[in-house]
Design a protein around this ligand. Structure first.
Ligand SMILES: N[C@@H](CCC(=O)N[C@@H](CS)C(=O)NCC(=O)O)C(=O)O
Length: 201
C-alpha cells in the first residue's frame, strides 16, 4: 500500500490530492512534527531530512513533494500523466517553476504574516516577496490566455502541482485580480471533486 507521511497542515496534501485524483488506494500517515516525530529514527529512515511529505511505495522511498507527485503521476496517474515526452517535460518545467518562482515568496509572506511574532516581523521581507511575484505571474497569465490548463484543455499533474502551490495565495490573501486567467485556472483546479473529498475527509 502506498503511504504518504505528513500532517494536513503541510505540503503532504498535494500528494494526497494526486492519489485522490488517481483513485488508487493509499494510507495517509500523519506525522506530529510538533511532538518531534519527524526527527525520530523510524521517520528519518524514510526521509533523512526529517521533513514532510515523504512517500513509501513498496521499496521506493521518496522525499520532495513535487518529485513524489511526478513519480505517482507517471506510475498511477492515467490521464494526469501527459502522453508526449514534450508535455511530460513541460509538466516537470511547471513544477520546478512553481517551486522556484512562486513558492518561496508565498512562503516568506506566510511565515511573516502567520508565524512570526509581532516584535520580530520584518515588513520589508513581505514587500520584497510581493514585489517578486508580478513578473512570473504575468508569464502564467499570458500562458493561460489561450488554454484552460497548463498543457492544453486537460487537467494534468502539471496543474495539480502548480495549483497546490497557489493554494497559499488564499492563506496570505495575495490579490490575483490583475491576473484573471490565473484566477480562472486556479478556480477550476481547486474546484475539483478529488480535492473536495480530501478536504472534507
Ligand atoms: N521542498 C520540500 C519542502 C519540505 C518541507 O519543508 N516540509 C515542511 C512541512 S510543509 C517541514 O517538514 N518542515 C519542518 C522542518 O523544516 O524541520 C517539499 O516540497 O517537499
Amino acid at each position: 500500500m502506498i503511504k504518504i507521511y505528513g500532517q494536513m497542515m503541510s505540503r503532504a496534501p498535494r500528494c494526497l490530492w494526486l492519489l485522490e485524483e488517481a483513485g488508487v488506494p493509499y494510507q495517509h500517515v500523519p506525522v506530529n512534527q510538533q511532538a518531534g516525530e519527524a526527527q525520530k529514527p523510524e521517520f528519518l529512515a524514510i526521509n533523512p531530512n526529517g521533513k514532510v511529505p515523504a512517500l513509501e511505495d513498496g521499496d521506493v522511498k521518496l522525499f520532495e513533494s513535487m518529485a513524489i507527485n511526478l513519480y505517482l503521476g507517471r506510475k498511477y496517474g492515467k490521464d494526469l500523466w501527459p502522453a508526449s515526452e514534450a508535455d511530460q517535460a513541460r509538466a516537470i518545467q511547471w513544477s520546478f517553476w512553481g517551486m522556484t518562482e512562486i513558492e518561496p515568496p508565498l512562503i516568506t509572506i506566510l511565515v511573516q504574516q502567520m508565524f512570526t511574532p509581532d516584535d520580530q516581523k520584518m515588513p520589508d521581507r513581505i514587500e520584497d516577496a510581493k514585489a517578486s511575484l508580478p513578473r512570473p505571474l504575468k508569464v502564467l497569465e499570458d500562458h493561460l490566455k489561450n488554454r484552460s490548463y497548463l498543457l492544453g484543455d486537460k487537467f494534468t499533474v502539471a496543474d495539480l502541482n502548480l495549483a497546490s502551490i497557489f493554494m497559499l495565495v488564499n492563506y496570505v490573501k495575495y490579490d490575483l485580480s490583475p491576473y484573471p486567467n490565473v484566477q480562472k485556472w486556479l478556480g477550476a483546479c481547486l474546484g475539483r471533486p478529488a480535492l473536495a473529498k480530501l478536504t472534507q475527509s
